[in-house]
Design a protein around this ligand. Structure first.
Ligand code: PAF
Length: 287
């Protein structure tokens, strides 16, 4: 079957009604387009877990702050749809802003709570309220059995999973590992803004995370010191945050914390803001 593109909620609902009535399982991969191998890994996994795969492409204004790069965000719809067709995606849902927010300024929003105002949320006020609001709309529109996200946006994954649990939404979250370039740089739609020199500087993020992994047996303070020392050496001056958090709460852990933790990093390289993360086992525990 050729790929189908729905630009309205009713077209997607009508187009997928037969599959739903026949009890076929549905997976949704929410994206903002400008697709790369990280998204394609999500799509491949979606193909494995469901009979019907929907990919949404919507640059959601609600999750961009007034000073952020909404207009600059890359839009490559034709190329995206062509790639998704090759991967056997059934439906692309590509609504306009007016279709998603018909009354203009939306009145009802999902709020992300305390963790939503930390790390990414501290720099990007309201960002996660915007993400959770659009994700809950997309879940209601597509009604998937499974929704897939990339581990690269670790805080987003945590908050979406938390929303789904808190609001009893009938969908399973599947998280797919970060896809990296051979040199370690995490794939991101924003990498296309980096020139060659900035790309080299951006490698500092993944190198710092590797240093953090190697120091995990020595505790949180050693992890932070090792990562910071790499970042200084790599010339990433505009570090936004570097944190070690517990996976269950996403709150920072103390130096005596033992077990699984997530190291989060965000930095500005030139005019481009990049994030990355890794999972470590503090105190040498492996599970
Ligand atoms: O990760 C993204 O691309 C976006 O935050 C998402 C989940 C598609 C919501 O707009």
């Amino acid at each position: 079957m050729p790929i189908a593109v729905a630009e309205t909620v009713s077209a997607l609902r009508t187009g997928t009604a037969d599959a739903r009535a026949a009890g076929r399982s549905i997976a949704l991969v929410p994206t903002m387009g400008a697709l790369h191998d990280g998204h394609f890994a999500l799509v491949r996994r979606a193909r494995e877990v469901a009979d019907l795969v929907i990919v949404s492409i919507f640059v959601n204004p609600l999750q961009f702050g007034p000073t952020e790069d909404l207009d600059r965000y890359p839009r490559t719809m034709d190329a995206d749809v062509a790639e998704l067709e090759q991967l056997g995606v059934d439906w692309v849902f590509a609504p306009s802003v007016a279709e998603m927010y018909p009354s203009g300024a939306i009145q009802t929003r999902v709020t992300a709570g305390e963790v939503g105002s930390l790390y990414e949320g501290r720099t990007r006020t309201g960002h996660f309220d915007g993400v959770l609001t659009v994700v809950s709309k997309l879940l209601n529109i597509a009604q998937p059995d499974t929704v897939l996200f990339g581990q690269k946006d670790a805080q987003q994954v945590f908050l979406v999973a938390r929303m789904i649990a808190d609001l009893d939404l009938p969908v399973t979250v599947e998280v797919v590992q970060t896809v990296r370039e051979q040199d370690g740089l995490a794939l991101s739609s924003r990498n296309r803004f980096l020139d060659e020199r900035e790309k080299l500087a951006a490698l500092g993020l993944s190198i710092a995370l590797k240093a953090a992994e190697s120091s995990a047996h020595r505790g949180v303070d050693a992890v932070l010191a090792a990562a910071q020392s790499v970042l200084r050496g790599e010339g990433i001056v505009e570090l936004d945050y570097l944190k070690v958090v517990a996976p269950e709460t996403f709150l920072p852990v103390d130096d005596d914390y033992l077990g699984k933790a997530v190291v989060l990093i965000a930095a500005r390289v030139g005019t481009t803001r990049l994030i990355d993360n890794t999972t470590i086992f503090l105190g040498g525990m492996r599970n």
